[in-house]
Design a protein around this ligand. Structure first.
Ligand SMILES: Nc1ncnc2c1ncn2[C@@H]1O[C@H](COP(=O)(O)OP(=O)(O)OP(=O)(O)O)[C@@H](O)[C@H]1O
Length: 362
């Protein structure tokens, strides 16, 4: 985590309310009983708890593998607990006692996005309007982490299971700041964690020290494609561009090039969506998953693109894992006739830009 000048590595005075003693947490979670267990992630087990004042919390008991010292843990936890945004899961405090390192979060009642998105029974519960709201909320949450809070935080592990949903199905990003609290070395995490996260990794992510906000933006692009399609990105790069199976990013590109991007839409949504809104989201996602981090837009730009119908979006560059397609792509970037999209109006792509609001894909 990078800090502003105001915050140094020196010990930070702990606001009394943010440090909990172990006994309180034990009572709240019914001694970490099995029936209170919400699940288990790469950082440790998570339990539901109820504090004595009735507040429901989620208690993350970090596994002992955490190599971080007590002082650093405390400093980072205090910093992260200062972050407040409606699209972030609030860290209420922490507990440090003996070997125990525990984080106490607000309880978010509607489980995580993957619980709905990738389940054939539940995905129909997410209408397009909710999915759009979720996309925008995630973007606003990341914007806050990247640019709008006192700290600059790169999440590093944005994925559908780290997007929790509140009572009104608003998204709340969880696990931000954890990579620093846990001192996680991405190259040495446990295998399942790496495998689970692989699908969201930007190409440069694999290289040590290459994290940046732009890696988060790549993950955001993958998330958007997943939210639209209801399909998981596999992380396996499919070399056969005609295949519909496998990598979601490739599939989105294939449909985009075939001027049929709406075929990506999760069939359980039906026809209850605005074509130009969905197309704009797909377009933004393709900009986010471009190979070159410098080509990916900043979050502030993404928010503008999402919320303004008139803003001109640049054409996304085809990923390098799309070997056979350069000819058609050249046609696109040299001036694309969007009548292929609409069958009616010849507006939209010109030079390297597209006015996405003018596109009305079939
Ligand atoms: N604040 C919270 N409110 C409600 N449920 C939560 C909260 N935080 C985590 N959970 C639930 O606890 C379980 C474990 O979450 P955790 O974030 O540790 O792991 P994960 O996201 O599944 O995996 P990973 O560690 O790879 O990110 C999940 O089912 C998650 O939905």
């Amino acid at each position: 985590m990078q800090r502003t000048q105001l915050e140094s590595d020196s010990d930070i005075s702990t606001p009394h309310s943010s440090q909990y003693d172990f006994k309180t947490i034990e009572v709240a979670t019914n001694k970490f009983s099995r029936s209170n267990k919400l699940g288990e992630g790469g950082f440790g087990e998570v339990y539901k708890g109820t504090l004595s004042n009735g507040t429901e919390v989620a208690v993350k008991r970090l596994s002992e593998k955490s190599g971080q010292g007590i002082r650093e843990f405390k400093n980072e936890a205090v910093l992260v607990s200062k972050l407040q945004h409606r699209n972030l899961v609030r860290l209420l405090g922490f507990c440090l006692e003996g070997v125990e390192k525990i984080l106490i979060y607000e309880f978010v009642p509607n489980k995580s996005l993957d619980y709905f998105l990738f389940d054939p029974e539940r995905q129909s519960q997410l209408a397009w309007i909710q999915r759009y709201n979720i996309i925008e909320g995630i973007a606003r949450g990341i914007l806050y982490l990247h640019q709008d809070s006192q700290l600059t935080i790169i999440h590093r592990d944005l994925k559908a299971s780290n997007i929790l949903l509140d009572a009104n199905m608003n998204p709340k990003i969880s696990d931000f700041g954890l990579s620093t609290i846990f001192e996680m070395d991405q190259t040495q995490g446990n295998t399942s964690k790496i495998a689970g996260t692989y699908a969201y990794m930007s190409p440069e992510y694999a290289m040590p020290g290459q994290f940046s906000m732009k890696s988060d933006i790549y993950s955001f692009g993958v998330l958007v494609l997943e939210i639209i399609s209801g399909k998981k990105n596999s992380g396996l790069y499919q070399m056969d561009e005609t295949s519909t199976a496998g990598n979601l990013v490739n599939n989105a590109w294939r449909l985009w090039r075939n001027v049929s991007p709406l075929e990506l839409v999760d069939p359980t949504i039906g026809r209850n969506y605005q074509s130009n809104e969905v197309t704009r989201c797909i377009h933004i996602a393709l900009l986010c998953v471009q190979d070159n981090p410098d080509d990916r837009p900043m979050l502030s730009t993404i928010i503008l693109m999402l919320t303004s119908n008139t803003i001109t979006l640049p054409l996304p560059r085809l990923p390098s894992c799309f070997p056979h397609s350069m000819n058609k792509l050249d046609q696109l970037s040299e001036g694309y006739d969007s009548s292929q999209f609409t069958g009616q109006r010849s507006v939209g792509y010109s030079g390297s830009d597209v006015t996405i609001s003018d596109l009305e894909p079939r």
